[in-house]
Design a protein around this ligand. Structure first.
Ligand SMILES: Nc1ncnc2c1ncn2[C@@H]1O[C@H](COP(=O)(O)OP(=O)(O)O)[C@@H](O)[C@H]1O
Ligand SMILES: [Mg+2]
Length: 481
């Protein structure tokens, strides 16, 4: 609309100026003709006549010209003036418009056309020149020119407003109608953007309707390209899902296949170990290592197998389970395994029932407790508590150990993430899979796990006995059954 308004104004301006110029040139030609006639046709307004008598100068050619004024100042100083209106000569100008007459005589007689505003008469175009000692002045009214230009301006303004209004209304309607299909496209795009595409089985059921995907129209081309893109994305996601499934299946199969040979290795190592009384020390040591590493590999394979299963299918057989009993047993086991640590328990009196797979949940709690045992120095306090709040059961396991090293703190829940410290590395049971299993199992239980770890800083106090000051706190939450 702004562009149209600017163009309309420019057009109106150009037309007005052009018209004004054409009309002015026409007036100038008439002025020249009248001036030429004034000198050659004797009459009022010339020196060759008695004022008030004789033919009007040029009235025959000027015809319909209104209120033309002819003035002559003769060589003897006598001034003769007349006004021609519709062919009638009026020689009383001298007395009727004395000021105008003075203004006309004041115009320099140099043969140039000038615009003069005459008192009582309005705008005039004046030509004054000297011939044979006589000053001839002709003045033609600008009124007709101004009138025509003004009328044109009014007409143009009216037409412009009308055209702008019509153009505005029509354009708006056309644009709204033609853009409406784009809203449908945007809605489809929004729908797609809300889909959860980052993992798992993906299908993109959303498509732009066929009416909007006809490539013959502009909007249709967008719709068509959009559908094409969706097909492409869907294909890529399917391929991604297929290859992911394949890899998972492979890991599951490989872990499964490794179980039996590993069991054999362990069995034979154990057998050899028992029978090897008189074997030399280095050989006995080697056999010990074989047994230990085979055991470690077995637990690694078990963990991998469990994770692969959790990846493929996160549904468990959930049964009502008493969390208190489960935690009690797990802590008892840890207490037996970690006699160097101090184990405390804070349990509610009543059972806390959650829907869970008891074996998997025990594994989760055992993993967290064994971390508190394996990754902390002897003498560390491990405080375990169970509580209920807002329909959620919470298990809190806090230790006063050194905390999780910075290098793994952000990635502890990822697979094979473990600190590469001498202590951890020396631990046979460290696989880096413990906390990823915790996260996966808790997710399968619609629960969550939060970990807060404050390391012992260089300036902080040595390990105290107040859990929460430093050390690691793991909070497991589960919905109550
Ligand atoms: N309570 C803890 N105190 C200190 N470090 C911990 C604790 N729990 C976990 N970590 C760190 O997080 C890493 C990952 O733990 P996890 O996934 O259970 O693997 P793993 O115990 O097999 O090494 C561990 O290697 C250890 O460095
Ligand atoms: Mg662990």
């Amino acid at each position: 609309m702004a562009i149209v308004i600017v163009v309309a104004i420019a057009l109106a301006g150009a037309t007005t100026l052009g018209t004004r110029h054409i009309l002015s040139s026409q007036l100038d030609r008439q002025l020249d003709t009248a001036s030429a006639r004034q000198a050659t046709h004797p009459g009022t307004g010339t020196c060759a006549s008695i004022p008030g008598r004789g033919p009007a100068p040029g009235s025959d050619v000027l015809g319909n010209l209104l209120s033309s004024i002819f003035v002559a100042r003769c060589a003897n100083g006598q001034v003769s003036a007349s006004m021609v209106a519709e062919g009638e000569v009026n020689s009383t100008v001298t007395t009727t418009y004395p000021e105008a007459l003075g203004e006309l005589l004041a115009v320099p007689a140099d043969g140039h056309r000038r615009d003069v505003d005459l008192t009582g008469l309005g705008a005039y175009r004046v030509l004054s020149q000297v011939r044979d000692g006589t000053v001839y002045v002709v003045a033609l009214p600008m009124e007709s020119v101004n009138h025509a230009v003004n009328a044109l301006l009014v007409l143009e303004a009216g037409l412009t407003v009308l055209a702008l209004t019509t153009a505005g209304v029509v354009c708006r309607r056309v644009i709204v109608t033609s853009i409406k299909p784009l809203n449908r496209l945007a809605a489809t795009a929004n729908q797609v953007s809300e889909l959860d595409l980052d993992s798992g089985e993906v299908n993109l059921p959303v498509r732009v309707p066929p009416t909007l995907s006809d490539p013959a129209t502009e909007v249709g081309q967008v719709g068509y390209a959009f559908n094409h893109m969706l097909n492409n994305v869907e294909g890529a996601l399917e391929a991604r899902q297929r290859s992911e499934t394949k890899v998972r299946q492979f890991v599951a199969d490989a872990s499964h296949e490794l179980r039996n040979p590993l069991a054999s290795i362990r069995g034979y190592a154990e057998l050899t170990h028992r029978a090897a009384h008189d074997t030399p020390e280095p050989v006995r040591h080697a056999i010990d290592r074989i047994e230990a590493q085979a055991t470690r590999m077995s637990s690694l394979v078990e963990d991998m197998l469990l994770l692969a299963r959790l990846d493929n299918d996160q549904t468990f057989d959930l049964v009502p389970t008493d969390l208190v009993e489960l935690v009690l047993n797990a802590v008892s086991d840890s207490r037996a395994a970690g006699t160097d640590h101090t184990w405390t328990l804070d349990l509610p009196d009543d059972p806390v029932t959650v829907a869970a797979d008891p074996d998997r949940l025990t594994q989760v709690i055992t993993n967290v407790l064994s971390n508190a045992r394996k990754h902390t120095p002897p003498g560390t306090l491990v405080a375990t508590s169970v509580s209920i709040a807002d329909g959620l059961a919470t298990v809190r396991i806090a230790d006063t150990g050194p905390g999780i090293p910075e290098s793994v703190r952000d990635t502890v829940f990822e697979r094979f993430a473990r600190a590469d410290t001498a202590r951890t590395a020396s631990k046979e049971g460290s696989t880096g899979l413990g906390l990823s299993i915790v996260a996966a199992v808790m997710e399968a239980h619609q629960g969550s796990v939060h970990l807060d770890s404050r390391p012992v800083g260089p300036g902080s106090e040595p390990a105290g006995d107040q859990p929460g000051q430093h050390g690691t706190t793991v909070v497991l939450t589960l919905p109550l059954a």
